[in-house]
Design a protein around this ligand. Structure first.
Ligand SMILES: NC(=O)C1=CN([C@@H]2O[C@H](COP(=O)(O)OP(=O)(O)OC[C@H]3O[C@@H](n4cnc5c(N)ncnc54)[C@H](OP(=O)(O)O)[C@@H]3O)[C@@H](O)[C@H]2O)C=CC1
Ligand SMILES: O=C(O)C1=N[C@H](C(=O)O)C[C@H](O)C1
Length: 272
């Protein structure tokens, strides 16, 4: 480990992404696991973070004191839950550190609080930290711009594991935003997130979402552009959570020398 390695805190350390992040930090030169955080009362507090992640002991015990960890660290990687992320954004602002937010399902009010914290913290937030999905977003924007709303209907389809608690996924919304941007429209005003019963025919110019849940699927996303007699399908399959974790570490390293502000993975990857 180099002396200049970025000191990172993983919050939600015992979760699916928390464990993957600990393994990614361990494998990436220039990053160091400084602390691992779980909520007060969690059975994982006091356990060695490396053991939790299947690496063997690394001498970092899981703590339930996030602020103590943040003030001595340089960045926090956060794939937890919306309420926790809003709290961590406030603490990251107090500590003036980098906050990488992968948490999905945040409400508009949550996003306002995260934006306010970005006056002091350097926050990178994205519904998907992988290079492939962010490229898919760029391709979706281009396709939506080229294939107009009169003749082409856009639907976003996603499938995830049975434990996922939010829908549509953060990635599906990211792709919907990209399609809306390509068409020069507001997603909020044109999205159809649920269909049930006698819905009537599809309204032209809308962007539809369909959600599937089951088994251990890590993340499947497709953008379907359906025209008369033909369909263009753009899709991404995640086969390993390490793609998200590597992207999160890359985002932290990128944000290390930036000014406070709210950034996206498109900024990190230079695709913006
Ligand atoms: N942007 C991206 O690229 C990706 C985003 N995600 C998102 O990341 C989030 C987490 O996903 P996943 O890892 O599968 O979920 P898990 O439920 O496996 O992990 C979440 C972890 O966060 C912990 N946690 C919740 N609240 C707190 C708190 N206040 N303090 C400390 N720890 C807390 C949970 O503890 P407890 O069990 O006690 O609640 C749990 O250990 C989801 O929103 C998911 O959509 C996932 C993959 C990629
Ligand atoms: O909850 C997950 O697992 C995932 N969540 C993100 C999302 O909501 O899009 C990213 C990835 O698809 C996995």
């Amino acid at each position: 480990m180099s002396g200049n390695a970025m000191k990172l805190v993983v919050v939600g350390a015992a979760g699916r992404m928390g464990q993957t992040l600990i393994r990614a930090i361990n494998a990436i030169e220039g990053a160091e696991l400084f602390a691992a955080v779980e909520r007060e009362g969690s059975p994982f507090v006091g356990r060695d973070a490396g053991e939790l992640a299947g690496l063997g002991p690394i001498g970092v015990a899981v703590t339930d004191k996030p602020l103590e960890a943040f003030v001595a660290a340089e960045g926090v990687l956060d794939f937890t839950a919306p309420a926790a992320t809003v709290e961590f954004a406030g603490l990251a602002a107090q500590a003036r550190i980098v906050h990488v937010v992968g948490t999905t399902g945040c409400s508009a009010a949550d996003d306002e609080k995260i934006k306010a914290a970005a006056r002091h913290a350097r926050i990178v937030k994205s519904g998907n930290m992988s290079l492939g999905v962010n490229l898919l977003g760029v391709l979706t924007e281009t396709a939506a711009r080229a294939l107009g709303p009169k003749d082409w209907d856009i639907e976003v389809l996603e499938m995830h594991h049975k434990h996922k608690v939010d829908a549509p996924s953060g990635t599906a919304l990211l792709l919907g935003q990209a399609a809306a941007k390509g068409r020069g429209i507001s997603l909020a005003e044109h999205s159809v997130r649920v269909r049930d019963g006698h819905t009537g025919p599809r309204a032209a110019g809308t962007i539809g979402f369909a959600t599937l849940r089951g088994g251990s699927v890590i993340g499947e996303h497709s953008v379907l552009l359906a025209g008369e007699g033909e369909m263009v399908t753009l899709s991404h399959s995640a086969t390993d959570r390490s793609i998200f974790a590597r992207g999160a570490v890359q985002a932290a390293l990128w944000a290390r020398d930036r000014k406070p502000g709210l950034y996206s993975m498109l900024d990190v990857l230079g695709l913006g």
